[in-house]
Design a protein around this ligand. Structure first.
Ligand code: THU
Length: 162
């Protein structure tokens, strides 16, 4: 038996003012994207803003459906929009935030495993790490550089490609 350990690393910031101007703007756009969330079932809005290497920012929000699993998270709405509209442009970073109609979100939410898996594939495809900012409207921000720090056991099976 071998005991193995992953070391993951990330930074935290106390509020948006502690971020550089570019990151603050991206967070503000993620926050704006909350308005387009369609979340009548969970009443939990999630907004995402993706910074592309060509300067364009793609935003997305969670889109729910009465057949619950047919809905999609904000991150994948934005990531797949980036893939569909700017297929060869590198994703540099993404900011993700949330707002609930029922309670106050005191700490940043992290993306679900399915969204992290999609981020991992984008990284693999573009051969460049993606920086992720999770933040909450009331303060704290988490900044992880590279999906390996969020999903160390991502499924990246090279043998599936002939
Ligand atoms: N949600 C996201 O948009 N992103 C995540 O990473 C986790 C969850 C959405 C899905 C659903 O519309 C609502 O949040 C409650 O789960």
């Amino acid at each position: 038996m071998d005991q193995k350990t992953f070391i993951i690393s990330y930074q935290t910031f106390h509020n948006l003012n502690a971020l550089n101007q570019e990151d603050q703007s991206l967070c503000n756009l993620a926050e704006k994207a909350l308005d387009s969330s369609y979340s009548p079932y969970s009443k939990f809005r999630v907004g995402t803003a993706i910074q592309l290497a060509n300067g364009i920012v793609i935003t997305g929000s969670n889109q729910e459906n009465v057949a619950y699993p047919s809905g999609l998270c904000a991150e994948r709405v934005a990531l797949f929009t980036a893939g569909a509209t700017h297929p060869n442009v590198v994703i540099e970073k993404m900011a993700i935030t949330a707002r609930s109609e029922d309670f106050e979100i005191a700490r940043p939410i992290a993306s679900c495993g399915a969204c992290l898996q999609v981020m991992a594939e984008f990284e693999q495809r573009q051969k460049k790490e993606i920086e992720v900012l999770f933040y909450c409207l009331n303060g704290q921000i988490i900044n992880a550089k590279g999906i390996k720090n969020l999903l160390p056991f991502a499924f990246v099976e090279d043998r599936l490609v002939k």
